[in-house]
Every structure is written in structure tokens, then in C-alpha cells.
Design a protein around this ligand. Sequence first.
Ligand SMILES: *Cc1c(COP(=O)(O)O)cnc(C)c1O
Length: 668
Amino acid sequence: MTPVSRRYLAPLFLGPYAENDDALEKILVEFLRDHVYWRRNFHPEDLPPISTFASSSPEYQAFMARMRRELHLLSAALKHSVPFSSPRYIGHMASDLLLPGLIAQMMALPYNPNNVVDEAAPVTVELEIEAGLQLARMLGYATDERRTPCAFGHLTSGGSVANYESLWLLRAVKYFPLAAKAAGARCGDPFELRGRPLAQWDDWSLLNLPLAEALDFRDTCMARLRAMDDVNAAERIAEAIEAERIEALGMVTFCARHPDCPPPVVLAPVTAHYSWEKAMKLLGLGTAQLVRVPARAMRMDPAALDEELSQANWERRPVLCVVGVLGTTEFGTVDPIHRIVAARDRWQAQGLSFGIHVDAAWGGYLASIFRDEDGSFLPREKVRQGFRRFPSPDVYDAFAALGGADSVTIDPHKLGYMPYGAGALVCRDHRAFDFVAQDAPYAFSRPAGETANLRVKFRTLGRYILEGSKPGASAAAVYVTHRTLPLDHRHFGRLQGESVASAEDFYERLRALAAGVADVAKLVVPFEPDSNLICLAVNPNGNVSLARMNEFMERIYGHLRVDRAQPVQTRQFFGSSTRLYRGTLGEAESRRILGELGIDPATFRDAPGDDPNAADSILILRHTLMNPWLDDETNGVNYLALYCDYLAELIRAELPPSRVQLLRQRSA
Ligand SMILES: *Cc1c(COP(=O)(O)O)cnc(C)c1O
């Protein structure tokens, strides 16, 4: 077999050996000089405030010396950083950085643009808007401004903030009609919906309008106010609506005024990222209202979702949002987004509506594999080329259904191979952001046409989003990367495909490894991967205690973890670990996995208690396969093969001493 070679990847990254140092240095010096001339040419007639003699003063030299000293210390300390760029790093969700993003970010830094508003970032705010639209198109959202819906996306500091913002927006949209009704009741009931005065609507029905209708409704309300002859009266009504909104009253007062609408629940799979708990705390919704939907093999169980929805409907509990995860943080598994969308359509027809947010912080960029250059969604047969299993029918359908979700979180700083902190939130309908705009909505006197143009409207980005000041340099990085490596299957998708193919290769190698160590241990991959994360557990033969197995895993992981006390060079490979809990796994899955490992299920407890053999979780190794050089064999080395050999070595070396050895040790 000819060795795998990823020659086309050569110019994309700085490289594990910093092979592209010349290119990077040349470009950086070029653009640094460019920046210098830009400063000088602003007003060349101005004399330089820092005189050419300044550098001879002792204070100047002392400062420079202090700075250099600190920088040397920093540089030395940074040598302890984690070598993400190396194919020996297969731990967390990090790898080398795409050169266009790295360079664009460094290039933009000395200009220091602040994307809170175009007055502080005339160039990079526009780039951020374009980058959001690029992501929207990759995900399957329409971006034609002349039509509704038209998507809008923007960058955040990361996926967590994008998740918080998604709930913030959904709540604002969903609860708006109730505020309009309450305000209208005091102002002559000026609004109507589906041809009926709002006063005739009950709160529950208003809260369960399809989201698209709630979005339209605000537009019609605003149009109605704008059409009123009495401008002062219109303004009073607009103010009354604002005062009745859940954002103004707070949850407690709002719910007290709307007794038919108890606090809403958010449904998320048991596998959801911990940021969802934070989101519930932050928005005052309370973690008690975060309903964990059971999963099967770490994919949300659609039947369980249906049960939860049925329960909520029965109890008349509003459902704010159902979260689907596209690429779980721990297993890379993909929730059946298509089934969530279908459930929404079904329940909506029965009067229970909710938003759908897809947390694709991890897997979002995989969508590029499915997207043709002309923007169309590729048939499965075409996507499958070059893979062993990917995409499974469910994974394919999940990606195809993304356009049916209301919003998506996606992290350029994860599978986008871009510098931190670059997350993104993309909404199917940009009008959702109007609901949270931080100045009075009765600014409807703005010239018509200004709000109509999305690219103009969002130049005051800070009005519409959670964050304030934010780095324009990140926007430059994301935009330039997307332009250099378009988000379709021939370009960005090819790189994404390599990571999936590496994972498939690794999965096969682990099977061989399991056979290779079968004489001493059971090696189990608990979940067949959907994308590019793979976990595994190892139990020494003969051991039935979960606590003992975890100790063994702990010892193996000890060789793979980042340890501040150890220079990184002493490590052969870096991995990561996670724990499986009963509550997350469910009974059937727990039984299956323990069975495969040969562990006594009685030692898997909800709480460890004082039985030395029992534990409340299964410790597993977790591998993120995103380094582009994992199975490149240009130098005759395959790092995945090397890692499997190393793992076999570790397993044998860390086996608990056998009885014979113990006896021998004792007699020695
Ligand atoms: C990483 C991740 C997040 C959080 O993103 P940050 O960028 O770390 O804030 C949220 N959800 C999922 C599924 C993730 O993988």
C-alpha cells in the first residue's frame, strides 16, 4: 500500500516542526512594516512625539530592560505550554492553527479594532458580519436579505457565550406577544393576530406561537405604531410593551402576572455541555428547569424527548427551547436534529411550540463536508466517498436538518482551527436580534431602509449582542480563513474530512489493539464514533471491581496527562480523560459497557459509599483526532499506529502485579 500523504495540507499550517516559518516570518515582517507606514502616513507633517534621543535616557533603557526580562521569563514559561500542533497531541479540542487565521489575527492586533461598533472598527465589523453569513450558508440558512427569513451570525468569545445568548434571544422572542397583550390591554388593545384582537388570545396560546409568527408579530406591532397619527400615544404604547416584557419585569413578577405561564423549561440531552447549566443560572431560569433528556449511546433519544414534551404539554409548562448537540464534547456523537425538528413540527401543530438550538460548538464545521461549492447539500453517496462509515444515515439527516433549527452555536476556535477566543452564534432569522436591541424600540423613526439593510443595521453590533467590546482581530482571522479555505467539501471540508478519516482509522486500529492485548486486558470503545472523538476503557483480565479498574485507568492516564511538574518533552503522547456516570448512561448502556469490560455491575453505584470495590463513574480515555498529520506517512511514521503501540506498552506496564509476582516480591 502506498503511504498516506497529505501533501495538499503543506501550506495550511505553521506545522508541527514550524516548517512554514519562512512564509510566516516574511508575511509578518511585511505587514508589520505596512502597519508602521500606515501610522507614519496618517499625518506625516506631525513631528514624532517620541524623540530619536529618547532611547538614550536611563529611564527608557531601564524600562526596555525590565520589559525584556519579563518577556524572557514569559517565553521560558510558555515552553511548558501544551504542544497542540504536534500529532502526538490527541487530548482536548485543540490542534495547530490555520495560517490565514493566525496571520490575519496578528496582523489586525496592532490596529486594535473593537467590534462593538463600526465607529471603533470600520473594517472588521464588516468582516464579522460577512463571516457570520459565511457560517450561516454552510449550516444551511438562507441569507438573501430580500426574503424572510434571512440569517445573521456574529462572533462571541466562545461557544459558552453563544449558548447563553441563544436562550436570551429565544426568551425575548417567545415572550414578546404576552407583553404586547398586557400593554395593549391598558392602551385600547391596538394589536391583532390572525385577524383577532390580542385581548381574545389566551396567554398559553400566545406563548406557543410558532417562532416565525412571533417574529412577524413584532414587525406588525411596530408597523401599527408607526402608522398611528398620534406619535405620543404610539410612543406610550411602545414604552408600555417594554415595561411588560419579561426582561423588564424579571421572571418572578412576570410569572405572577401571567399565572397560566409557569417558568419555562429547557430540554437538553444528558450529554449537553456544562455551559447549559451556567446559562440557566445566568438567565435566572434556574438549573431545576433544565430537563435532561436521556440518550442512547450518547445520542439524544427521540422517544424520550417526546415523553418530556408530552409531560410539559400535560403540565402546561412552557418549553423555551430544545437543545440538540451536534458533536458532543466528550464523544463527538451527533444528536438526531432531524427528529428534534420533526418533533417541533408535530408538537407545534398541537399547540406546544418551542425554539430549537443546535449546540454545534464542536461539530459545526463538519457541515462543510456536506456542502457543495455551489452551496447545495450533497447527496449522501457523494459525502461518503473516502470514509468507511461516515456519515451514518442519522448523522447525514442531522446535518441536513440544521436549517430547521432556530439558532446554532459554532466555534471557529475548535474545528475551525482558529485562535481563541472565537465562537459564533448564528440565527436563522436576523430579526430575533431586534428583540434584545439595547435602545428603545420606539426608535422606529429611523430612516426606512436603514434597518432593512442587514449589513448596515448590525454595524452597531454591540446593541444586539450579549458582549460589549470585542476583538476585531478575531473577525479578521475568521473572515480571512473562510475566504482562503471556503466552507465547502472541496476546501474546508477536505480538512474536516481528514479528521473524521483519522478517527475511523483509529477506531480500526483500536480493534486490532484490543485483540493484541486480549491476553491481559479487555479494551472497550464504549460508543461507536459519529465524528472524530474516540473514548476507550481498559480493564485488566480477572478484575471485576470498577474501583480497581479506575485505579488502573488512572495510572495509564498518568502517562498521558498534562502535568505541570513534568516538562512536556518527557511525554510520548497527550490524551484526555472523562467519566461516565450512571445517570448519563442509563441502565441498559451501563450494563452493556460493564459487561464488555467484565466488571461486576454491583460495583457501579450512584454514590461510591465505603465499598472499596465500588465507584460512581467509569474513568475512560478520551481522544480528539483533529491534528492533520496523525496518519500522514510521509516519513514512514503513522502516529496513530505509534500511539496504539505505546498504549499497549502502557497497558502491560501498568497491570496490577500478579499473585506470583507479589509472592516473588515478598520473598526477595
Ligand atoms: C466546547 C463546547 C462548548 C463551549 O464552548 P467554549 O468555546 O469552550 O466556550 C459548548 N458546547 C459544546 C458541545 C462544546 O463542545
